[in-house]
Design a protein around this ligand. Structure first.
Ligand SMILES: [Zn+2]
Length: 449
């Protein structure tokens, strides 16, 4: 693979690096996609101060909720969408680099409203993997190492010279405390680091631990809001969800899993304009490893996976522990409750934001997000609802309306698929190219299908 740019002084925006078998990274000639032939070696789609790039000919779903545009033209400049529409409406600007995407499908980059980075591997490495799977923004809800230094510099991956990866929001230390004063001190420290979210857990872990007390979480929510920061709540129980919403929590970061949701919860979510993040694959991860799940042989996973994690979940002793675990059986039941609840809340008009809680061992970053979409559809959402939850709605939920839709002025974060994910959500696995801020961060060799 020739990874040099034709002219030596031109910026090389994609690092030359080997990828796992079946995946090709680095500066690949994007123009090889063009139907018209043309040069074998093309400029990588750098869109900084350079002429615009026009992506032409795809069926493009812009994430706003309107129908897909056939034979679309999307002009990208400076990392952002400059113009978008059908070929009848939008002309390719003079001097633009034209990239033909005939027969392909384009959606906004997928957004994970509840993931984690830095738990096992360095944050940067996690963000690179998320990006390769088409997850172009990750809201990392707590536990990242060295938040002050190692994460601050990965907030803006569209920067020239930065390695290609997903965008990041982060929560840093999950706030705990036995008293309001203790907990507020953690909020203040996180705010000083420049976090995007304050995260708490209100859960007794199936009776095993003590829940955060209401007077403590109310104080945390007030403190977060004093800093202008939203509060994301891990929860399990319906009653806690309601009290957190009455206490002005800003994001429900997991499904209600103890019992069916009711109209009162739906009303609180809608009236408070709070999003609900199902994290269905979090539940799955608690019980599927009692044996070797079928997906462990899936090339979509195995061509881009941390082999140490595979070994850990395939260890027979670990599998025996899961098989004997009472909590695994309870969480398996909880997943059924969670699936019914996301459908009920979506029907009630609640905004659903796709999230997976990936990052911990066995919750495979990038891969599980595609499963999450599939499980949401299995739960009764349409493919379009699932995709909206991972694009426009997730972006709105995390306070980033400049992401999640492909509209003029927004960041050009998008995924090119060889099959239409709106027709069948499993086609999200056919992602071929991934762009963040107009920069190609991944090119796949058809490994998804
Ligand atoms: Zn989490």
């Amino acid at each position: 693979m020739d990874t040099r740019h034709p002219s030596d002084d031109a910026p090389t925006t994609l690092p030359a690096r080997g990828g796992p078998a079946g995946l090709l990274f680095g500066v690949l000639p994007l123009l090889a996609l063009t139907a018209c032939g043309g040069p074998e070696e093309g400029d990588p789609p750098v869109t900084g101060m350079e002429p615009p790039t026009a992506f032409v000919g795809a069926t493009l779903w812009d994430g706003t909720g309107t129908a897909a545009i056939e034979n679309a033209v999307m002009v990208v400049r400076g990392g952002r969408v400059q113009a978008i529409g059908s070929a009848d409406e939008v002309a390719v600007p003079e001097g633009a680099t034209e990239v033909r995407l005939d027969g392909r499908f384009v959606t906004p980059g997928l957004i994970n409203a509840h993931g984690h980075v830095g738990g096992i591997n360095p944050p940067r490495s996690d963000l690179e993997r998320y990006a390769r799977f088409g997850i172009t923004t990750v809201n990392s809800l707590g536990g990242e190492p060295d938040a002050a230094e190692s994460l601050r510099d990965v907030h803006g991956p569209e920067q020239e010279g930065e390695s290609p990866r997903s965008r990041l929001l982060m929560a840093s230390t999950v706030v705990t405390g036995d008293t309001p004063e203790e907990a507020i001190a953690v909020v203040d420290a996180n705010a000083a680091l420049g976090v995007d979210y304050i995260k708490i857990r209100v859960d007794d872990n199936l009776g095993a631990t003590r829940k955060m007390a209401p007077d403590v979480y109310r104080a945390v929510i007030e403190a977060a809001h004093r800093h202008g920061l939203p509060l994301a709540a891990h929860l399990f129980y319906l009653d806690d969800a309601k009290d957190l919403l009455r206490s002005a929590a800003d994001l429900v970061a997991h499904s209600v899993r103890d019992r069916p949701v009711d109209q009162e919860l739906a009303d609180l979510l809608v009236q408070n304009d709070v999003c609900y993040v199902p994290t269905l694959m979090r539940e799955a991860s608690t019980f599927v490893y009692r044996e070797r799940p079928g997906f462990m042989g899936d090339p979509f996973l195995t061509t881009d996976v941390d082999s140490a994690q595979v070994a850990a979940v395939e260890d027979p002793e670990a599998q025996a522990r899961v098989a004997a675990s009472r909590s695994a059986a309870l969480y398996e039941e909880a997943m059924g409750v969670a699936m019914a609840n996301v459908k009920a809340l979506a029907d009630a008009g609640v905004t659903i934001a796709m999230g997976t809680d990936t990052g911990p061992l066995g919750r495979f970053q990038g891969y599980f997000e595609h499963h999450e979409l599939g499980v949401m559809v299995e739960a009764g959402l349409t493919p379009e609802q699932a995709l909206l939850s991972a694009t426009r709605d997730a972006a709105g939920c995390i306070g980033r309306p400049d992401l999640g839709t492909l509209e003029a002025g927004n960041w050009a974060d998008f995924v090119v698929f060889t099959a239409d994910p709106l027709a069948d959500i499993a086609n999200s696995r056919s992602r071929e190219l991934v762009f963040v801020g107009g920069r190609m961060v991944a090119r796949l060799d058809g490994a998804g299908m």
